[in-house]
Design a protein around this ligand. Structure first.
Ligand code: HEM
Length: 147
């Protein structure tokens, strides 16, 4: 029962994180590129961040709690020794990559973002969205035994 409650919070956070990024990649980014207007991306970022970042934190905390239920404890991370642990370790690597990219976007990409040169932001948005969808697909594999 407890696992199921944690899973619901995990799925709610995944909905916000993955859904937000898909909306950004499919709707907001093409509009910003078409209108050559970086402020469209900046506006979305300022609105999404207050819900997106907490949802990433919820994904991390609930993911680790569920990993412990599968007996994938801290000492077993990144050993790639069984099917479930493999999925969890890959998810952790992708999560750390996402956090690193978010920090880069915050400090390097967005402060210098110009309407004439949106490629760096475009690259980051597409990459983080692909990672988010990959995390979702990996999550769905756990109930069928992992990788
Ligand atoms: C962007 C980040 C993430 C997304 C979008 C995501 C998404 C998902 C999804 C969609 C499921 C499927 C649940 C089901 O089959 O009912 C899942 C399950 C799971 N996720 Fe994640 N997840 C993320 C991050 C993490 C992290 C960082 C961890 C571990 C450290 C983790 C651990 C798990 C575990 C253990 C399950 C299996 C739950 C179960 O079916 O009992 N997830 N995740």
């Amino acid at each position: 029962m407890m696992h199921h409650v944690i899973l619901i919070f995990h799925l709610l956070a995944a909905t916000i994180w993955v859904g937000g990024h898909l909306f950004l990649a499919i709707r907001i980014l093409p509009e910003a590129l078409k209108k050559k207007d970086a402020s469209i991306l900046k506006n979305f970022k300022s609105k999404f961040e207050p819900v997106g970042m907490p949802s990433l934190l919820v994904l991390f905390v609930t993911g680790i709690l569920m990993a412990y239920h599968y007996d994938v404890t801290f000492t077993k991370w990144f050993s790639f020794s069984n099917a479930i642990e493999k999925v969890i370790s890959i998810k952790l690597i992708l999560l750390f990559t996402t956090i690193l990219m978010a920090a880069c976007a915050e400090t390097l990409i967005f402060p210098k973002l110009k309407s004439e040169r949106m490629f760096p932001a475009e690259f980051f948005i597409i990459t983080v969205t692909i990672i988010a969808v990959t995390m979702l697909i990996l999550g769905s594999l756990i109930r069928i035994g992992g990788l």
